[in-house]
Design a binder for this molecule. Structure first.
Ligand code: COA
Length: 175
């Protein structure tokens, strides 16, 4: 009887750090072309980060951003200061290792430290994984949206997106 051989396995453990994005991350956020069409959005988010309007957090593994989340700080008039979390994404081969959750935790930490207490995030209606993640972290659906928006891609072509979504909300303690 043939003995089934186990292929040789090397277990690699690598640290992942959540940090603010740097200029040199911008081309890497495209993940070797997979998200080249978001180039202008990444660049605008980075410009806004320098102005203090947005913040881009990356999950850094070996100096490569294997995941990211962006924060938009809304108009800060009034008592409730709103922040919008968006573009949460983790490279597929690193899914289900807690990186998405850590990015969300760190985003909330940064929001609270800036003195913002109301956080909103959208999950596409077809995206059960994202909705589950947000609900596990205490977010509650408060409405839905057609999810219609447009952007200009890296080739100058206007792309229209229509992705019906749930909008979820959480109140966090200000620092
Ligand atoms: C949504 C997304 C960001 C989640 O990222 P992630 O790093 O896989 O998230 P987590 O690992 O923290 O959680 C995902 C699942 O893994 C589980 N998990 C977390 N750590 C784990 C571990 N160490 N071992 C096993 N499972 C684990 C979580 O419990 C969760 O399980 P569930 O789906 O049954 O609820 C990712 O799926 C993604 O990039 N999707 C494509 C882009 C996208 O949809 N973004 C959201 C836009 S709204």
């Amino acid at each position: 009887m043939a003995i089934l051989e186990q292929p040789p396995t090397l277990n690699v453990s690598l640290p992942v750090t959540i940090r603010t994005a740097r200029k040199e991350d911008l081309p890497r956020l495209e993940w070797y072309g997979q998200y080249a069409h978001f180039r202008n959005l990444f660049q605008r988010a980075y410009r806004d980060q320098q102005l203090g309007i947005r913040l881009m957090l990356v999950a850094d593994c070996n100096s490569f951003p294997i995941g990211y989340i962006f924060i938009l700080f809304m108009d800060d008039e009034g008592e409730n200061r709103q922040a919008y979390l968006y573009s949460l994404r983790v490279m597929e081969m690193f899914h289900s290792r807690g990186i998405g959750t850590r990015l969300m935790n760190e985003a909330e930490e940064r929001v609270a430290t800036r003195g913002y207490n109301e956080v909103t995030i959208a999950a596409a209606k077809t995206n059960d994984v994202a909705r589950r993640l947000y609900e596990r972290l205490g977010y509650k659906v408060f409405t839905d949206d057609l999810g219609e928006w447009s952007y200009t891609d890296h080739l100058g072509k206007v792309r229209h997106v229509k992705e019906p979504c749930w909008l979820l909300h959480k109140t966090i303690a200000m620092r």
